[in-house]
Every structure is written in C-alpha cells, then in structure tokens.
Design a protein around this ligand. Structure first.
Ligand SMILES: CC(=O)N[C@H]1[C@@H](OP(=O)(O)OP(=O)(O)OC[C@H]2O[C@@H](n3ccc(=O)[nH]c3=O)[C@H](O)[C@@H]2O)O[C@H](CO)[C@@H](O)[C@@H]1O[C@H](C)C(=O)N[C@@H](C)C(=O)N[C@H](CCC(=O)O)C(=O)O
Ligand SMILES: Nc1ncnc2c1ncn2[C@@H]1O[C@H](COP(=O)(O)OP(=O)(O)OP(=O)(O)O)[C@@H](O)[C@H]1O
Length: 554
C-alpha cells in the first residue's frame, strides 16, 4: 500500500514524457566515476527513495540521519532502477556484499546528495528561466507570499506554477504536496512537468530543511525573497546562528540572480549585508511599523485598514510609489504582500505604471490562501490560522485583537518530536494575547500527547500567574475537535475564536496513524450547530469543559 502510494506520488512529480539520457552523460555532468562500463545504459528519471522508484530510474542512495540509502539499493534495482548513484564507502560496501544483480552500474560521487540535484537538473533539462523562479524563504510567511506572487504573475499574463506546503500547481493541474520543498530530484521533475504545461513563471517556498538537505541544488531563482527569521526548527539547526547561516545560502549567486530582503529585523539587515558580500544584488524592503534608522530601498507607507485587510503604499527611496491592497487580515500580511510586490518589481520585467494598472484592476494581493487567517465564520468571528511557532502566534493574536469587541479565544497545541523549546513559549504568548486559552493536541507524532500539552500549559499558567486580574481563563481540552466545540460553546457573538497551528491540514498524525481532522470543518460544524440553536450560552467561568477526559487548569 505505502509502496504504491509513494510511487504514485512520485509519478505526479515528473514530466509526462520521460527523458532518455545516456548514463555516461549524466556521470560526466556530475563528475562521477562509474564502477563499470555504462555505454548503452539510459536513465529516464532519478529518485532518492527506493520505495518510489520508477522503472528506468537512477537510484540516488544517500547517507541519511537514520539509514544509508545503499541499504535499499537492491530493492531499488528490483523496482526497476537501472543504476545506483552513491558515495565511495557505500559503493565499496555494495561491491563487497555482492548484493546487487551482476552488472548493475554504480556511479560514485564525493557528495551524492549534491550530485543527485545536479544529475536531476541535467536529466530533466532545467534552465534558469523556464519557468522563471521566484523563491521565498523565512520562518513565517512563505506560503502566503508565494500565493501572492503566483497571483501577481497570473495577473501579468503568465501561466503560473506553485510549489509549497499546501499544494503544487502546474498551470491548471493541482498535485498534493508532501513536503514544503520537495526533494531536488523531484523539483527538477516538477519543473519539467510545468514546462510541458506551458508554465512561464513559478513561485516556490524554500524551507530551511530544503537548503540544509540540498534540495535546491541546480536551481537558480530569478528573485529570492526573505520574510523573517524567528525561533523554529532548532531541532535541525541547533542555534539561531546556524539557522540564519542556512537561510543565507539561498542568497548567493549560486542559487539566485537577485535578492529582496525584508529588513524589519536585525536578521534581515544582516542577511542583506551577507548577501551583498557574497556578490548578490540585493533590494531591501521595510514596513512602516518598523521604520527606524535604516532606509530601505522600498518602504511600506500609508498603511490603512480596509475591510479585513489593508491598503498600503510602497515608496522607493527615490520617490516612486506603488499603491496596493491586501484583503488578508493582519499587519504581517501587509509585509507578505509588500515582499511579493517588491520581488516582482526587482525582477524588472514590467514598468511600474503597468504594474499599478494590474494592481488596480485585479487586486492580486487578496488571493485566498488556505488556512492562513482564513475566516470561517462571523459573530463569533472564527478564524483558522497556521500559526505554529512563537512569532506567528504573537502575530496572529495581534491580528485578531483590533477587530474583536469581546474576548479573544485561542485553541492550539504543539507538535510532537519537533522543536520542544517552543512549547512553553507559545503557551506564554497565548496567555498574553488571549482572554481564553484552550490548550489541546496538534500532531503528536510518536510522542505522548499529555507530555506535550503539559509543557504548553506550563508556559501558559506561569505567565498567567504574573498577570494578576488580566490573566486569561485556561483550559486543557482534548481531543482537538472537542476543544474547538468548547471554544464555540464558550464564545459570545462579540468574541473571536482563533484556532491556530494546523491551517489547511486535513490529517492529524498520532503514532503513525493519520486521523482525519480539518480545523475549518470542525469549526464550521460547531458554528452551524450553534446557529441551529443547539448551543449552551452559559457564560465563561460558570462552566468547565464537559468531557470526562478533559482536565481544566487555571
Ligand atoms: C529531517 C529531514 O528533513 N530528513 C530528510 C532526510 O532524511 P534522513 O537523513 O533521516 O534519511 P533516512 O531516513 O536516514 O534515509 C536515508 C536515505 O535512505 C532512503 N530510504 C530510506 C528508507 C527506504 O525504505 N528507502 C530509501 O530509499 C531515504 O530516501 C534517504 O535518502 O533526507 C531525506 C531524503 O534523503 C528526506 O526525505 C528527509 O525528509 C523527511 C521526509 C521529512 O519529513 N522532512 C521534513 C521535516 C521537512 O523537510 N520539512 C520541511 C518543512 C519544515 C517546516 O517548515 O515545518 C519541508 O521542506 O517540507
Ligand atoms: N510575515 C509574517 N510574519 C510573522 N508571521 C506570519 C507572517 N506571515 C504569516 N504569518 C503567520 O505564520 C503562519 C504561517 O504562514 P505561512 O504559511 O504563510 O508561512 P510559512 O513560512 O509558509 O510557514 P510554514 O513553513 O510553517 O508552512 C500564518 O498562519 C500566520 O499566523
């Protein structure tokens, strides 16, 4: 079952017409040595997972954190791989073990992870401008900014592509997404598929995992954009310095032709400098809220609330201006919209006057972004957002406060296994930003749910203790669907419910099992039940959650 689905997924990330490339040409392109004569051997794809191999593939057997891909080389060959690409040690081991069918060619590269990306580039024929690539990195805002970019590119007349957390889109075709940034071998395949569909420009999220695991090898972005850097993924990077250094690798001429850096934070200022030092042309951007001593190339000015979103002006240091609007709630969406717009301006493909006409005519920066400040209901206002790290949590809570006459009720949890340090921090942020805090489960993965909730709860209760009368009410309620129901039950029409952390996600992973769970569906159903009259309007404080499973802590 799993084998099938992985192979099926892999097929969707390839061109419909497979290339036929001589293995010795690939070996030459990556500077690999071959264990035997490969004349006449042809590869039609490349894959780094034995379980996703398509017949005719070159299997890239990579050293991993848990296993070495060479352990699965014979499975890959059994599935149809025509050759193996790996490192010296693994190649020697395979030779000694004699586990491969006689005659299977093994290409040997010093760094097979790097070589796999370059081989994929060669095999699928990736070139820098077909499609023109706009890459976005940063802790938060990547998905939103890429949706804005795609919308802008579409308004400009491009056939567009999108690669990111929610989905991969090649013109009209939508392919489900597994990773935020797919593997290098898949990325080059996706770009080939986009070319088949006539896609001329694409927006792509670049996660820090992708940079660390060399998934962007062989790509060159027309423009790379940076949103921000705040605490997340320290399980992978160890320190913020390392996290920063990883992000900075995207902003070098190897991977980009130009960078647009939001310099609202010190990390942004540093990145602009580091990128320039690396020889990359950099355009800087700052939002009005953080206007300080630094003068950016473009500054966001005249920000005004407009419906749920904002109107704003982008002003160049030379005085040129562009007026824009985003319909998405939250100051941070002004930053995301301004970044997308500045990336288009930096690409230097359209006069500002023409761009202004497109902005006025199409409102491209109001594109719907699934699970990002997605408004699911009114009175009480009910919003689902993907905020799942400290900074995003602060921003999401700040975004809902101004429009809320009553109380802000937040429902959230923390993911299992990943960055554990952020749990109490997010708990404390919720205490400061909400009037009612409901702590529940996110994706526990293999970890004990209670342990995760306790860590979050500790942050909330400790913070609440120091807040005196301003302390929020705090509940621990699970499972998540029940927590959402309780939030709706507790809310008055003047309140806002923010369900944070899972956004567009439709599965909750509990100990290897994917349980169907969509916050938007749960919230809509709970609101519908309430509007049907099935709701108890008992005021907060007079009631405790009903489920016998649920604890309450204040
Ligand atoms: C932590 C992380 O990113 N790990 C990546 C890393 O895995 P690893 O080094 O542990 O690999 P391993 O399990 O030891 O296996 C070694 C090799 O054997 C291969 N293998 C393994 C088993 C098998 O049966 N057959 C087989 O061929 C694997 O494909 C791999 O190439 O290298 C693998 C490919 O070589 C990646 O697939 C894997 O990403 C996994 C799938 C993953 O879940 N990554 C997530 C955390 C991720 O990348 N997330 C970011 C977004 C993060 C965010 O913003 O929240 C993303 O871009 O999606
Ligand atoms: N520019 C921003 N600054 C801070 N927080 C933001 C910003 N943009 C969005 N957010 C918050 O972060 C959440 C995730 O936004 P988005 O999906 O656009 O970012 P992302 O970088 O793609 O996140 P991830 O990599 O975790 O998928 C949003 O739901 C919102 O709460």
């Amino acid at each position: 079952m799993v084998e099938n689905s992985l192979a099926d997924t892999e097929r969707e990330l390839r061109p419909r017409t497979a290339p036929q490339i001589a293995l010795n040409e690939i070996a030459q392109a990556i500077g690999a040595q071959s264990s035997r004569d490969v004349d006449g051997v042809v590869a039609s794809g490349i894959c780094l997972n034995s379980r996703a191999i398509q017949p005719g593939d070159l299997y890239a057997a990579l050293p991993g954190a848990k296993r070495h891909g060479a352990d699965f080389a014979s499975q890959a060959v059994a599935a149809g791989a025509v050759a193996i690409l790996t490192d010296h040690d693994a190649a020697a081991r395979l030779e000694n073990e004699g586990s491969l069918p006689a005659g299977t060619p093994v290409l040997v590269a010093q760094d097979p992870r790097y070589a796999a990306g370059i081989a994929a580039k060669f095999l699928y024929g990736t070139t820098p401008d077909a499609p023109a690539m706009f890459g976005v990195t940063g802790t938060n805002g990547k998905t939103t900014t890429t949706y804005f970019l795609r919308s802008l590119l579409g308004a400009m007349g491009h056939k567009t592509g999108l690669i990111g957390t929610i989905e991969i889109v090649a013109d009209e075709e939508v392919i489900p997404s597994v990773l935020t940034t797919p593997e290098a071998t898949q990325l080059h395949g996706i770009l080939a598929r986009m070319r088949e569909s006539g896609v001329t420009a694409a927006a792509m999220e670049v996660s820090s995992h992708a940079i660390e695991y060399r998934r962007i090898e062989g790509l060159n972005f027309k423009v790379a954009g940076f949103t921000n850097l705040t605490q997340d993924h320290l399980d992978l990077h160890g320190t913020m310095e390392d996290y920063f250094a990883t992000k900075a690798r995207l902003f070098t001429p190897e991977f980009a032709s130009r960078g647009v850096v939001l310099i609202d934070s010190e990390w942004g200022e540093r990145l602009a400098q580091v990128a320039r030092d690396a020889g990359l042309p950099v355009v800087t951007l700052s939002t009005a809220s953080a206007a300080g001593a630094v003068t950016a190339d473009w500054t966001v000015t005249a920000v005004e609330r407009s419906g749920l979103g904002h109107d704003f002006t982008l002003t160049h240091r030379d005085g040129e201006t562009v007026r824009a609007h985003t319909g998405l709630p939250g100051d941070f969406n002004v930053a995301n919209a301004a970044l997308a717009l500045t990336m288009i301006i930096a690409a230097d493909v359209m006069p500002l006057e023409k761009l202004q006409q497109l902005l006025d005519a199409h409102d491209p920066l109001s594109a719907n972004v699934p699970g990002r400040m997605e408004v699911v209901g009114h009175a009480p206002a009910a919003i689902v957002d993907f905020a799942h790290n400290p900074d995003a949590m602060v921003r999401a809570l700040e975004a809902v406060r101004p429009g809320t006459e009553g109380r802000v009720i937040v429902v959230f949890g923390a993911t299992g296994e990943r960055d554990q340090a952020k749990r109490p921090i997010m708990g404390a942020i919720a205490a400061r930003g909400a009037d009612v805090v409901i702590i529940t489960d996110d994706d526990p993965h293999d970890e004990d749910e209670q342990t995760i909730r306790t860590a979050v709860l500790e942050g909330t209760t400790n913070e609440a203790l120091s807040m005196g009368a301003a302390a929020p009410e705090v509940f621990e309620i699970f499972p998540r669907a029940q927590a959402i129901k309780e939030a709706v039950r507790l809310a008055t029409p003047a309140d806002t419910i923010l369900v944070a952390g899972r956004g567009h996600e439709v599965w909750q992973e509990v100990k290897g099992v994917n349980l169907p769970l969509d916050d938007r569906v749960e919230l809509r159903e709970a609101l519908a039940a309430r509007h049907d009259g099935g709701i108890d309007h008992t005021s907060v404080g007079e009631t405790a959650p009903e489920s016998p499973d649920n604890g309450t802590a204040e």
